[in-house]
Design a binder for this molecule. Structure first.
Ligand SMILES: Cc1cc2nc3c(=O)[nH]c(=O)nc-3n(C[C@H](O)[C@H](O)[C@H](O)COP(=O)(O)OP(=O)(O)OC[C@H]3O[C@@H](n4cnc5c(N)ncnc54)[C@H](O)[C@@H]3O)c2cc1C
Length: 403
């Protein structure tokens, strides 16, 4: 947690509000949601009432208009409460809000942003397919022109909020120009004929979060549902992932902080050999390394947040000259570093929290095994650790920024 005296009054207030919400409205139910594999819809309603779905959306569109770093303070607290809750909030405030703000038409902004901000509509992203995971340019879903717009056919995998969402951004191939150049993005109504959300996946962690396959069987969309320029979809997906990764880094920090807090408390109370296990240096070193990794992940996420702010508008323009060779301290690199560091920290911290709890840590009755399961997801979605290393290495080789 950042020291309070370095925060503005607004930042302290939003962080406290989110912590209070996590303590009262999330923590008491998180184990039950994990077992049942779903949230109570009441938690979404309450999140919406407090404005948590529109933290980064400008006030003119009904959001709170918070600066990205301020939003991260709240997101971390929600993730400390439950990683699945934080994932939905992160998608809405990160890639969803920024995508529509950056490339949407005036009409699209006016239609969608107030509904996202109020939580009336959750937005889902449908990028992944069976053969297109890390290699997003392998997308096979197709959109063909019709008199009124487009008709979409394809199969998407692992769409978070894919059944619950009020709108899904579907990436589909609209041309053969090139593997990367022929993809476009569409705002698709999940109620449209031909849109079918499959069964919920049975996931290792983040079990309350809804992950579904989506079948698109001739789904018709009108021209005004095309988001941004045709053929620029691959580029937009990368920009959306840049913003999204900063949120996932913070989700990971919140999960890790929760594991640390549990482990610290347990270590101070559990006695073996006539003393608390916290008095053993072997346990103290683990706690010290946990604190170190959490602080690093948090600092890197906030560093990347500054880039979100800076690059927000022109980075979404494929012709702005910053297409593939981006600066040494670009959002792309900063976000990859933050997500890689924070997600690996979360995995390490949660695994060691289980270790500090000993046999109890391995039991479902104690909170830390769930955190370990939740943490694993952050190393996979929105760019695996291997892909992030490739992104960072490419930049390091090009500009040597690490030196
Ligand atoms: C809980 C959850 C929620 C998700 N939500 C969404 C969502 O809302 N929308 C969506 O579109 N997708 C979503 N996904 C999908 C997610 O983004 C993909 O799983 C992820 O991008 C990896 O793709 P893949 O699973 O096909 O793995 P693959 O790409 O097949 O990778 C398999 C392994 O190979 C490695 N690998 C791949 N390429 C390279 C390379 N060039 N060099 C070195 N190693 C490599 C990977 O790192 C990984 O370890 C979600 C996934 C999960 C688990």
């Amino acid at each position: 947690m950042a020291p309070s005296d370095t925060l503005t009054t607004e930042q302290q207030q939003i962080r406290e509000l989110a912590r209070e919400f996590a303590v009262n409205e999330i923590r008491p139910f998180t184990a039950e949601w994990d077992t049942r594999r779903e949230f109570d819809s009441a938690v979404f309603r309450k999140l919406a009432e407090l404005g948590f779905f529109g933290m980064t959306i400008p006030e003119e569109y009904g959001g709170l208009g918070l600066e990205f770093g301020t939003y991260l303070l709240a997101l971390e607290e929600l993730a400390w409460g439950d990683g699945s809750v934080a994932l939905s909030v992160a998608i809405q405030n990160g890639p969803a809000a920024h995508f529509i703000l950056a490339v949407g038409t005036d009409a699209q902004r006016r239609e969608w942003l107030p509904r996202l901000a109020s939580g009336d509509v959750l937005l889902a992203f449908a990028l992944s397919e069976e053969q297109a995971g890390s290699d997003l340019a392998a997308i096979q879903t197709r959109a063909e022109r019709t008199d009124r717009g487009w008709r979409i056919h394809g199969h998407k995998k692992w769409v978070t909020n894919g059944a619950r969402a009020g709108v899904t951004v579907v990436f589909a191939r609209t041309g053969e120009a090139s593997r990367h150049g022929g993809i476009s993005a569409f705002l698709v109504d999940p109620g449209a004929p031909g849109y079918r959300a499959g069964q919920r996946e049975r996931t290792l962690g983040l079990r309350a979060s809804e992950t579904v396959a989506v079948e698109l069987d001739g789904v018709e969309v009108t021209e005004d549902r095309l988001l941004g320029r045709p053929g620029a979809g691959f580029y937009y997906a990368l920009r959306a992932l840049d913003v999204g990764r900063v949120g996932i880094a913070t989700q990971a920090v919140g999960i890790a902080q929760a594991a640390f807090d549990h482990a610290r408390e347990y270590a101070r109370g559990r006695e073996q050999f006539g003393q608390t296990i916290a008095s053993f240096e072997g346990i103290q070193f683990k706690l010290a390394d946990m604190a170190l990794r959490i602080a690093s992940g948090r600092a890197l996420a906030h560093e990347a947040a500054r880039w979100v702010h800076r690059e927000h508008t022109n980075a979404w323009d494929p012709d702005a000259g910053n297409g593939t060779s981006r600066g040494p301290s670009s959002l792309t690199t900063a976000a990859a570093i933050a997500k890689l560091a924070a997600s690996e920290a979360a995995m390490w911290v949660t695994t060691n929290a289980v270790q500090i709890f000993g046999g109890y840590g391995y039991m479902r009755d104690y909170p830390v095994e769930k955190l370990m399961r939740d943490a694993k997801g952050t190393e996979i979605y929105e760019g695996t650790s291997e892909v992030l290393r490739l992104v960072i290495a490419r930049e390091a080789l090009r500009s040597g920024f690490a030196g």
